[in-house]
Design a protein around this ligand. Structure first.
Ligand code: DX5
Ligand code: ZN
Length: 220
């Protein structure tokens, strides 16, 4: 049982023909955040949605919008997502030449700033970014698609980030993103995850199942 773990359903797995209804439904079902996967078909091999869609969804819930930017270059677009109503913006360190400045900019706008670590990216950059970082998003799949299998190899990285943050006294939240199911959730939490991002595991069975599926991720 890990009832205090926070759940961030990823809209990538929702019904794109009724995203407003989906946001309201998953919020009513007990979600803690709305995870919004922005993909540009360049940084990742898929296209999803941009700031205008996020702006249109903003009035439909008071839940924090957890915006995951899988785009490069990322700097020219940060302000658009701030204005669209993001509460947290997570970027990939490979998405621009100056990750520290990008995170400074997100923080300066009053939002929480996050770094996403791909499966092939180690936590070495975190020490240099700690002063402008609120969240580390450990990718447990290679980014670009929902419905992939959880990479157990990333549990070591989750634990390493947890240990580094605790030893250094950084007030970081650790989020894990990709392949999260009732079976893999306990492994991610045991390794140190505070937040679980889940698309398929939440949206897979239709609105009537959302609350039970979110509960299943908390109880594992
Ligand atoms: C992948 C995205 C994830 C993905 C999660 O690039 O960052 O948020 O949508 O989807 P599931 O939970 O289906 O693996
Ligand atoms: Zn994501």
């Amino acid at each position: 049982m890990t009832p205090d773990v926070l759940i961030a359903p990823s809209l990538l797995a929702a019904d794109f023909s009724q995203l407003g209804d989906e946001v309201r439904a998953v919020a009513a079902a007990g979600a803690d955040f709305i995870h919004l996967d922005v993909m540009d078909g360049h940084f990742v091999p898929n296209l999803s949605f941009g700031a205008p869609v996020i702006r249109s969804l903003r009035p439909h819930t008071g839940l924090p919008f957890d915006v995951h930017l899988m785009i490069s270059p990322v700097d020219p677009y940060i302000d658009d997502f701030v204005e669209a109503g993001a509460d947290m913006i997570t970027i990939h360190p490979e998405a621009g030449p100056h990750a520290h400045r990008s995170l400074q900019r997100i923080r300066a706008a009053g939002l929480k700033a996050g770094i996403a670590l791909n499966p092939g990216t180690g936590p070495e950059c975190l020490a240099s970014l700690a002063d402008v970082l609120d969240l580390v998003l450990v990718m447990s799949v290679n980014p670009g698609f929902g419905g992939q299998g959880f990479l157990d190899s990333q549990c070591g990285k989750i634990a390493a980030v947890r240990e580094l943050a605790d030893r250094s006294g950084w007030p970081l939240q650790i989020s894990v993103d990709g392949g999260i199911t009732p079976e893999t959730a306990p492994r991610a939490v045991a390794a140190g995850a505070d937040i679980l991002v889940a698309g398929t595991a939440v949206f897979g069975g239709g609105e009537r199942e959302y609350a039970g599926r979110i509960r299943a991720l908390r109880t594992g």
